[in-house]
Design a protein. Structure first.
Length: 425
């Protein structure tokens, strides 16, 4: 059913049963303003329900029903103070985000509103900012749902652990593995929740600061801050995906965009003694991947390369098409015949001692033997590549550098015809 604002004489001016999506409770006594917001919500979230109330009794009645995902409120409706509305919402629905959409708030009151628990303050007429705020709320709701799934998974692991402890001592090792998995899932879910709390004020503050920015440099800096915050949010989503074994986020993409992004990040942040080079095939084939995880894998490999070149060197990132036939496939660990996109991260650093090479895939052993936290990146990278249906090849020579090659299968629906690779495997 379309979300259409009606004009009854009752305090609740519109109420619609949604087919899906966002449920918005809107405290507003100006009907034209409410209609404008209604049109924005209907455009951004088809099937959303928009409920408008004008006074305290109607507002409290809606809160008691616990039937909304977001609260919008004018600061000073004719018969109801906005701060009182905020206090009531924190009392009756403390988990529901609250946004002031008002023309009378001002900077001082906006700061006070955020301190009292409001998630954002948007001036009337700023529909772009309001739309962005609504999308953030929907993203947070999805994150809460993922966290709920993770918590259910943790409860299931706790039950399995209790049952396992009742078995004979011969099952001690499997039980210990289950306990460690339980601890990792618990840590991942809790950390993701805390990181979202840290990122939320950044998402709220950047649009407000952008409106006040007077120079192009200031706006560019705010764009950088916002991109970094989004990258952090992607990492949080990745952690939750691992904790819940969720694979729904994989999508068809061109890997060269991620390679260029990682190369640009390395050029901007690595020491100037390290030269960063990137080479990409002109017609790179698409892959089906999790963007945040693939970015994390490449960043981990680049970080390892940086640590291997304390006195400087060359870091090369290469993305190329590759078709493997039977002979090379037999020579590659876990290799197989098919069409792949090969991502190479190569450095001219110190390489890895042959005695340690067999241990680099064991997280705790790698950290202990190499003495670097970055060594934990290799087991993580291998796990990510395996999750993408690919495989990994590591070539290294002490004193001569390291080459890590990721093979990702070309997307199944791709029509790209790839030649047999002539590069060494």
């Amino acid at each position: 059913m379309d979300a259409t604002l009606t004009r009854p004489s009752a305090d609740v001016k519109s109420r619609h049963e949604p087919t899906s999506g966002l449920r918005v409770l809107h405290l507003e006594d100006n009907l034209p303003e409410a209609e404008a917001v209604q049109m924005l919500i209907a455009r951004e979230f088809p099937g959303a329900r928009h409920t408008v109330v004008t006074n305290r009794p109607a507002f409290v009645g809606e809160l008691r029903q616990q039937s909304c995902d977001l609260i919008l409120a004018d600061y000073s409706p004719a018969a109801f103070d906005g701060f009182e509305a905020l206090a009531l919402s924190r009392a009756f629905a403390p988990q529901v985000p609250f946004i002031f959409y008002s023309g009378d708030l001002g900077d001082d009151r906006a700061g006070e509103a955020l301190a009292r628990g409001a998630q954002d303050c948007v001036p009337k007429g700023h529909f772009r900012r309001l739309g962005a705020a609504l999308h953030r709320v929907l993203d947070l709701r999805e994150e809460r749902q993922l966290r709920h799934v993770a918590e259910q998974r943790i409860s299931q692991l706790e039950l399995e652990l209790r049952e396992s402890r009742q078995l004979t001592l011969s099952f001690a090792d499997p039980v210990e593995r289950i306990r460690r998995l339980e601890d990792i899932s618990l840590l991942a879910t809790g950390s993701a929740h805390e990181l979202n709390n840290i990122l939320a004020p950044i998402f709220m503050a950047v649009p407000m600061l952008r409106d006040a920015a007077e120079t192009a440099e200031a706006r560019a800096l705010l764009d950088t801050v916002e991109r970094s915050a989004h990258r952090g949010a992607d990492l949080v989503a990745q952690v939750l995906a691992f904790a819940t074994a969720d694979r729904a986020a994989a999508r068809r993409l061109q890997a060269e965009a991620i390679v260029e992004e990682v190369a640009a990040f390395a050029r901007a942040t690595f020491p100037c003694s390290i030269t960063v080079e990137s080479t990409i095939d002109a017609s790179i084939a698409p892959v089906k991947a999790f963007p945040a995880q693939l970015r994390h894998a490449l960043l981990s490999l680049c970080t390892n390369a940086r640590e291997a070149m304390p006195n400087g060197g060359v870091l090369s990132l290469v993305a190329e098409n590759c078709r493997i036939d039977e002979l090379p496939a037999d020579c590659l660990p876990f290799g197989r015949v098919g069409a792949f996109v090969r991502l190479r991260v190569e450095d001219t650093g110190c390489g890895i001692n042959p005695e340690l090479l067999a241990k680099v895939w064991e997280p705790l052993a790698a950290a202990r033997l190499l003495g670097k936290e970055t060594s934990l990146g290799l087991p993580t990278v291998r796990s990510i590549v395996k999750r993408h249906g690919g495989f990994l090849q590591l070539q290294t020579q002490e004193g001569m550098g390291t080459s890590c090659r990721i093979y990702l299968p070309v997307a199944a629906d791709s029509c790209t015809r790839l030649p047999l690779s002539t590069a060494p495997f």
